[in-house]
Design a protein around this ligand. Structure first.
Ligand code: ZN
Length: 134
């Protein structure tokens, strides 16, 4: 089942600069910074009330974030939804005709299993499914 929005992902060019900016904006520093080697990104996470914001900076031109920024510039990159069973949701969404970028969940930042839906099938919005690792 889909739950709350787990976080919003924002693509940034310079994580250090954006950390300073979002610290000023939200009035508190990021609670976590983490490299995700498989995705060639470094991320930082902020809390605003119960809501999470993930900033992502590419560490290689191969990174999806680097390609996104090249095409569209900085900005909101994805919306992540909390799901109770990522395996069941992948099967359900496939059956509904959605195009999954990841048919098998992979390890993401912040101790999550994640999978992305292709934005072509979701009104141009990249959707991330997110489940706390068991
Ligand atoms: Zn994310």
């Amino acid at each position: 089942m889909f739950g709350k929005i787990e976080h919003l992902g924002i693509a940034v060019k310079d994580l250090e600069q954006s950390n300073t900016l979002f610290t000023k904006l939200l009035g508190r520093p990021p609670y976590k910074q983490e490299a995700v080697e498989s995705e060639h990104v470094i991320t930082s996470f902020f809390l605003s009330g119960e809501n999470k914001i993930e900033l992502l900076q590419a560490t290689s031109p191969e990174s999806a974030i680097a390609k996104y920024i090249e095409k569209k510039g900085e900005g909101i990159h994805h919306i992540a939804f909390d799901v109770s069973d990522i395996y069941a949701e992948i099967e359900r969404l496939k059956a509904e005709g959605f195009h999954l970028i990841n048919e098998t969940p992979k390890s993401g930042a912040d101790n999550k299993l994640i999978a992305f839906l292709h934005p072509k099938g979701t009104n141009g919005v990249l959707i991330e499914l997110c489940m706390e690792k068991p």
